[in-house]
Structures are given as C-alpha cells and as structure tokens.
Design a protein around this ligand. Structure first.
Ligand SMILES: C[S@@+](CC[C@H](N)C(=O)[O-])C[C@H]1O[C@@H](n2cnc3c(N)ncnc32)[C@H](O)[C@@H]1O
Length: 445
C-alpha cells in the first residue's frame, strides 16, 4: 500500500469507527443526545455493563487517529509530546483538591478565585491547572477563569470509584515511574523481579517501607479503602462486567472468586445470576471490608446464603476445592512469573475434572503483524493499522508498565498464559475477547 493509500485507509477507519460509536450512543440513549465535551451529565451508555461494541469502535478510532497524527506531524512534535505531558499531575491536583466536588454545587461555574479560596490553594496556579485540563476536554472554561464540571470531570468526584483508581495512578504509580531508570541500573533492583523491589517501593524506601505494595497498602485504612474502591473502578473502566453477557454462566452452579476484593465482580454476578453459589476468597482484612459491602449492596445474597467468605493467602494455600469455576480477575498481573506459577498451582490443586479456571486480565499482543498472526487469541487490527490497534490499546500497555512500577508484575500474552498454564498442569480451552480485557479459560490437562 502506498503512503497516501495508507493515510486514506486510516481516514476511512476513523470515519467508520466514529459512526459506529455514535450509533451505539443513539441505540442506548433513551432519547438522550450523543455526548460531546460540552455534555454536563453522564450518558446512559457510560456505565452499561456490556460495553464491547462501543469499546471495539473506540479502539479503532483512537488507534487510527494517533497513527494518522504520528504519520503526518513532524517527528519532533510527536516525540517531545511523549515526555511533555503533565495530565497525571494536573488530574492529581484536581482529585486531591476535590475540585469536581466543589464545582458540583455550582453548575453554572465558579470563578477560580472563589474555587481556590474554598480549596485553600493559590488562584493563579489552580487556574493554570484547570485550563490545561479544560484544553483536553475535562472541565469547561465557561467564561474567562470560570470553570464548571462536564461529563469528563464528573469522573473526578470523590463519589467516583474510577476516580479512586485515577488517584492511585496520579499519586502512587507515578512515583515509581519517576525512578524507573535508577531501578533499572542499581544492582539491587535491576535484575530483581521480586515484588518488594518494584520501582514504587524503591521510591518509597526513604519512608522506611518494608515489604511489597500490598503490605504498604494495607498498613493504612484510608489507603486500603481507596484501593478496593479503585478495584470496582478498574472493572468499570475496563468494561470487565461485559463477561456477565459473554460467558455461559447459566451452565455454572458454583464459583470461587479468588482474590475477590470487596466483591467487585461477584456482587454484580450474584445479582444477574441468582442461581449461583459464590465463594469469595481474599486476605482476612479484605474480607472484613467485603462483608460490609455485600451487606449493603447485595443483602438478599447474604440472607439466602448464596455467598460465603473464606480467608485465603493464595501464595501459601489452595482455594476451596471442587468449584465449577475459579475466577481470577486482575490477579496474575500483580505478580512476577514465580509467584504467578505458585498461585496457579494452588488453584489447580483445588480444581476437579469438571472445574474451569478463568483468568480475566488484559491480554497483551505484539506490535508486529507476523508474530501477532501466529499466536494471537485476540482480535487483530486491519491493515494499515498496527496489528495490536496501536494507541487504541494504549491503556493495556500502560497498565503493563503500571504493574511493573507497583508490583514488579506484568500483563501477559496468550502465549505467556499458556506457558504458565501448561507448567502447572492446565490446558487452554478458549479465549473470550472482551475488547479491552480478555477471559482465558483453562481446564486440567
Ligand atoms: C488487583 S486486585 C483485584 C481484585 C478483584 N479480583 C478485582 O478484579 O477487582 C488484587 C486482589 O488480590 C488480593 N491479594 C493480594 N495478595 C493476596 C494473597 N496473598 N492472597 C489472597 N489475596 C491476595 C488483594 O487483596 C486484592 O483484592
């Protein structure tokens, strides 16, 4: 394909995928207009469980847009932009200062002078941060230095679970990112894949931190509560609940949610499929918080004994035995290969011949078409796009880096998961591609 033909094909993909996204908003809008950056409320589609069709369209749209811009802009423009972005720092200020909460009481907007005095920061500095965010479509500058919430900034309200996740990236993960090169060159850290040698732990060591991210997180109640709310947010962000609509749950009777957090997946599962007997397993202190969440969000499941809570340290013991499904969402990516193999071995020891293991994570793919076609279990982008959808999947590749910075963990390819599985006596059965995340199903060998 000539250069010009490639660019024309990208334009075509942009137009088609944007129209597919618009059609999705119209289909689920119940009369609400399609969203723009001027929208001030959420759209009915924003928190739907099954977001596969919208995500598919947005993945192609973002991938093709970035590829087209990277092709046509001068290279210095694109490459310096990689290093010259402070979105995370500005968003972190908005989150910590609860800017969106304050603006919630002022739907027509608030002058930055009043806003800054409520928050307790200097008005000129706050104004520059909000203008930078408004320039990217988050908050609206309704008049000179007067800011109001919009559909994007609502995500930064303190009631938002996705906001809790954004806070972790802005405040904690970023600390690991800032010392990345040091951790790749200092001998104690450079060759280590241990979780207590992760870049974020390196950054925090001056505070006398001992252990890994989970030790650090559980040592502080507020941090722990934010983390588990963030896990609900992560599910929303990834559209993980699509799995409720794309897996044959009706054929299942019992499920063990391994590393269940506060029931981020199993609470909605119990509501959609009340025939299921669910076992939630996590560290004991997490189950204390989980029981409170279940009592509030799904009291009927608790009263009808459809949920049991069993403490588990999956690095040291097996989950309860003989369940139909062992479900691990966003678990393996927290751990380096050695610990991931221990977890899988412990799960395998609990499985019976009828049991299935579902690993629900991001599933990485190569950016090289030749390799992708040979091993992929997930969608491959049409030419001339990069086969892994390029920037359309950037969150997956950023998440892989986040798992390194925070845990020395990683996201894995289907090939990596198959290798881990077969080393622990498991065989691949199927890959369910939910566009952003995938569910990889295994059985005993
Ligand atoms: C990234 S969160 C995922 C939570 C949940 N599966 C989800 O998708 O929302 C990882 C979970 O693993 C749990 N965890 C960490 N170490 C553990 C261990 N040694 N044994 C059992 N659970 C553990 C954490 O408490 C946390 O709930």
């Amino acid at each position: 394909m000539s250069g010009e033909a490639q660019l024309e094909a990208l334009l075509e993909i942009i137009a088609t995928s944007a129209r597919q996204a618009i059609a999705e908003y119209k289909k689920h809008g119940n009369g609400v207009d399609v969203p723009t950056i001027q929208s001030v409320e959420f759209h009915p589609l924003d928190f739907k469980e099954d977001t596969v069709a919208l995500k598919r369209a947005v993945r192609s749209l973002e991938g093709a847009c970035q590829q087209l811009c990277a092709s046509l802009a001068p290279p210095q423009h694109t490459v310096v932009n990689f290093t010259h972005t402070y979105d995370w720092a500005c968003t972190g200020v908005a989150l910590r200062g609860r800017v969106a909460d304050v603006l919630g009481d002022h739907p027509k907007g608030l002058h930055v002078e009043q806003l800054a005095s409520i928050i307790g920061v200097e008005k000129g500095k706050l104004g520059r941060i909000l203008r930078s965010l408004a320039t990217k479509g988050c908050f609206t500058e309704v008049d000179d230095n007067v800011f109001a919430n919009n559909r994007l900034s609502l995500i930064l309200k303190s009631t938002s679970n996705v906001g809790c996740l954004a806070k972790i990236y802005a405040q904690d993960t970023s600390q690991g990112a800032c010392v990345l090169y040091e951790t790749m060159t200092e001998p104690d850290y450079a060759w280590s894949h241990e979780s207590d040698k992760a870049p974020m732990i390196y950054a925090l060591r001056k505070q006398g931190i001992k252990g890994n991210f989970f030790d650090w997180m559980k040592a502080d109640d507020e941090r722990r509560e934010n983390y588990h709310r963030a896990m609900i947010g992560a599910g929303d962000l990834m559209g993980s609940l699509s799995v409720l609509h794309h897996y044959p749950w009706i054929e299942v009777k019992t499920i063990c949610d391994v590393g269940a957090s506060v029931g981020t997946f199993s609470v909605p599962l119990s509501k959609t499929f009340p025939h299921l007997k669910i076992t939630d397993q996590d560290l004991p202190e997490v189950l204390v918080q989980a029981k409170q969440v279940w009592a509030k969000e799904a009291p009927e499941a608790v009263e009808e004994n459809r949920i049991e809570f069993v403490p588990l340290n999956f690095l040291e013991e097996s989950p309860v035995k003989g369940k139909d499904i062992y479900y691990l969402r966003n678990i393996l990516h927290d751990w380096p290969d050695v610990e991931a193999a221990v977890i899988l071995r412990n799960v395998r020891d609990a499985m019976g011949p009828h049991s299935r293991l579902l690993i629900h994570d991001y599933v990485m793919a190569s950016a090289c078409r030749k390799t992708q076609e040979a091993v992929s279990g997930t969608d491959i982008a049409p030419e001339p796009m990069l086969p892994n959808f390029g920037a359309g999947n950037s969150r997956m590749y950023n998440q892989d880096l986040s798992m390194w910075f925070v845990h020395n963990g990683k996201e894995r390819t289907v090939k990596d998961l198959v290798a881990l599985g077969s080393a622990t006596g498991l065989r691949l059965v199927e890959v369910y591609d939910l566009v952003e995340s995938s569910v990889v199903e295994f059985r005993l060998l």
